[in-house]
Write a protein that binds this ligand. Sequence first.
Ligand code: HEM
Length: 223
Amino acid sequence: MTSIANYARSSVGAKHVMAVTGLLLIVFVVLHMVGHLQIFLGPNVYNAYAHFLQSLWEVKWPVRIALIAIVILHCVAAAFLVARNQSARGARYQHRQTFLSSATARAMGWTGLAILAFIAFHIAHFTLGVVQPEAFHHRDALGRYDAYGMYVAGFRNVVLYGVYFIGMALLSMHLGHGAFSWMQSLGITRAEKDQEKAGRIFAIVLFVGYMLPPTAVVLRLVG
Ligand code: HEM
């Protein structure tokens, strides 16, 4: 037990926690993105998908609770590592040179905090319906929750489109770096150059995959 506690309190332990929780969040983000691409298949398919997710409460609630726990663990480990690096002044310079070389890498803390703010806004918007209450929880012709209508109403608003555009740009930057640095943290070595390239490609895929449906809505190609 003591050795587990010591491991969790060590920098290596915290990096492992960040890597594993980060990886789980990436899996969620990719699945969420693929789910929303179904908006191109029309209201019937999209509402059927939303209805399926909403009605599976035995899955929905455990997933919600797990996501909250994973986000908390990820943030606590990040705060711990920042505090450790700041107190270890001698090691700080070397750490920055080796691990935090690019601007994106140095901005990980800020982009992480901005993503937390974005997620809070996003949940207020699409899960709680407080941002656009007039578009929330309507029913479609089959009596299902009209997630398609809510989505379209959301992105007909250019201010909301702008918020998601900025949120997704920051998320892509954060995950583009994070997605492949977990390999370093877990000791799976890979050439740094390849890692950076793969990170950049992943960031572009995420940004395009997430912003394609809202862009189609704002341009009135969908809805
Ligand atoms: C353009 C970007 C995004 C769009 C358009 C979008 C859209 C949506 C929609 C429509 C819902 C509600 C689904 C429903 O009620 O059936 C939802 C829920 C959610 N989204 Fe997103 N999303 C985006 C990005 C993200 C990102 C980047 C994250 C996390 C990093 C995220 C996390 C969540 C969570 C946690 C929920 C709540 C699920 C629940 O109610 O249990 N979303 N999203």
